[in-house]
Each structure stands twice: as structure tokens, then as C-alpha cells.
Design a protein around this ligand. Structure first.
Ligand code: SAM
Length: 284
């Protein structure tokens, strides 16, 4: 079907972002959310959940590289990784670029998102069926609560979640961070997408407080520009039990990237350093 129409996401009460639609590829409704995949002129194929841009072919590399590589290189030798959310598969694709990674538990609430992305967004979902990936379709909040009671531990946990509403709301609450802490090894590192530093400073502060109360020793925001998210200015928060991202040696990152044959479009050793050192003053 061809359309001469625009898709508009109301991003706040007073702000919206529109993109001209080339094609509507998929419309579905799961028990959790409305799912759409559209093709657009500026941003290519775009996943929309509950009328909210989740990821687009054009700018996804910024998000997926930054949510993955700084945390994985900060750990230094990640073997067991947990990805919560991220149904499009972009984060799993990046995690698998690290040769040390032996297993990725990919915990996504909604199997329909995974299936839609496998069919319509293969540049993101291309590694979901890799033999190192265990796809677990369940609620990430319940999953970490259950794992926390066992001896299973992860080196790195990546929370690739949507906005803190509906089933994702609990992914921003104290109980979740307490369980994340328990699910990590003693040198474990976690990272989460933490919304816009321009529109959601109170939330970012709240998350930092929760991470501190959960016991994390090092907590640092990382900011970048992602044009399709509200305000175009976005944040991730990295927290580690021991390792400081600032201690990660640039030469080591260069050597590992070469050894792994890692191809990236955004991340390199300079971005790694800059993203932690150059925290905007007001966010500090
Ligand atoms: N990059 C995106 C963003 O910032 O909006 C996140 C994209 S990814 C598609 C978000 C995924 O998290 C969705 O597929 C959604 O189904 C999943 N999700 C929401 N709540 C969840 C929960 N409680 N446990 C696991 N996955 C969840």
C-alpha cells in the first residue's frame, strides 16, 4: 500500500514529531501494546509501539552502540549478558560483536514485537537467532526478581526499555534496581536508557538515587543526540559495582575492536572517553 500521509507522535503535551510515510508494513495488537512498522522517507523503517517511536533504521546505530559498548568494555571480559526489552534486536546485535560473550539471555515481554522486527527490520533483528542468544519471552521485572533468588549471575545487564509507562514502569523502580544489583557478578555493570536530559531530569535524578541506594559504586549518565526521541537529546545511565569507565584504557579498546573485527558507526575509544568525561554541567 502506498500512502501520501504523515505519522505524528505527540511526544509531550505541547510537542510532536512527524515523518512522511512511504509505506505501512505492519499493524498488529498484542496483549500488551499496539505495534506498527512503517517505512518513512527520512528515517527508513520505523518501529512504533503505543504510538511512540521506538527505533528507526537511520538513527538506531547511535542508540544501540551506546547502550552496549561502553558497558561491555567497562566490564572488560563480559561472558554472560542479560538484555531486558530491546525486542527489535539492535542491542543483541551489538552485544554479539564482543568475542568474549558466551551467552545472551534476551528477555522481552512481547513476542509479537520480536516477530514483527524479524520480518520487517532485519538489519536490527539479524542476530536474534544466533546460537548464543536465549530468547525468553517474559516480563523483565519478574525475571530479575526470580534470578535474584538463584545463584545465576550476569557480567553485564542492559535495560533496553521504552518510556516508564504501562508494563515498563516497574523497570524504573527501586525494587527492580535492588534485584538488578543482586543479579550481577561482583564486578558487574548495568546500563539503562534513561530518557531525555532536557525533559526528564527529575526521572534521571530519581534513577541515580535508586542505583546509589541499591549499592552501585559508580554511576554516570551518558548523553547523545537521537533525533526521533523527545527533544532529540537522550541519556543512558551506566552503573558498576567496581569498575570505573574512566579507567578503561583507550589502547585496550582499540586492540579489542581490531581483534574482534568490530565494525561500528558511532562508538570508538574516543567516544568511550568523551561520553563519560563530557557530562553536561547541569546534569552533573
Ligand atoms: N529504544 C527504545 C526506546 O528507547 O524507546 C526501546 C526499544 S525496545 C523495542 C523496548 C521493548 O521493551 C519493547 O519491545 C517492549 O515490549 C519491551 N518491554 C516493555 N516492558 C517490558 C518489561 N517489563 N520486560 C521486558 N520487556 C519489556
Amino acid at each position: 500500500m502506498k500512502f501520501d500521509a504523515w505519522y505524528t507522535e505527540p511526544q509531550t503535551e505541547n510537542l510532536s514529531l512527524s515523518t512522511k510515510i512511504k509505506d505501512i508494513l505492519y499493524v498488529g495488537k498484542s496483549e500488551y501494546q499496539e505495534i506498527q512498522v512503517i517505512d518513512t522517507y527520512e528515517y527508513g523503517k520505523t518501529l512504533i509501539l503505543e504510538n511512540t517511536y521506538q527505533t528507526t533504521e537511520r538513527d538506531e546505530f547511535i542508540y544501540h552502540e551506546l547502550i552496549s559498548h561502553p558497558a561491555l568494555f567497562t566490564h572488560g571480559n563480559p561472558k554472560n549478558v542479560l538484555v531486558i526489552g530491546g525486542g527489535d534486536g539492535g542491542t543483541v546485535r551489538e552485544v554479539l560483536k564482543h568475542e568474549t560473550v558466551e551467552s545472551v539471555d534476551f528477555v522481552e515481554l512481547d513476542g509479537m514485537v520480536i516477530e514483527a522486527c524479524k520480518k520487517y527490520m532485519p538489519t536490527l533483528s539479524c542476530k536474534i537467532d544466533d546460537e548464543k542468544v536465549n530468547v525468553i519471552v517474559t516480563d523483565g521485572i519478574k525475571y530479575v526478581a526470580d534470578v535474584a533468588k538463584t545463584a545465576k549471575r550476569y557480567d553485564v545487564i542492559i535495560v533496553d526499555c521504552p518510556d516508564p509507562v504501562g508494563p515498563a514502569a516497574g523497570l524504573f523502580e527501586m525494587e527492580f534496581y535492588n534485584n538488578l544489583y543482586k543479579c550481577l557478578t561482583d564486578d558487574g555493570v548495568m546500563v539503562q536508557q534513561t530518557e531525555s536530559p532536557l525533559l526528564h531530569e527529575t526521572l534521571i535524578s530519581k534513577i541515580k538515587g535508586h542505583l546509589k541506594d541499591a549499592g552501585f559504586g559508580f554511576i554516570r549518565p551518558m548523553v547523545c543526540s537521537i533525533p526521533t526521541y523527545p527533544s532529540g537529546f537522550w541519556s543512558f545511565t551506566l552503573a558498576s559495582k567496581q569498575n570505573s569507565p574512566l579507567e578503561t584504557n583507550s589502547d585496550e579498546i582499540v586492540a579489542k575492536m581490531e581483534k574482534y573485527g568490530m565494525e561500528t558507526k558511532y562508538y570508538d575509544e574516543e567516544v568511550h572517553k568523551g561520553v563519560f568525561l563530557a557530562t553536561p554541567k547541569y546534569l552533573k
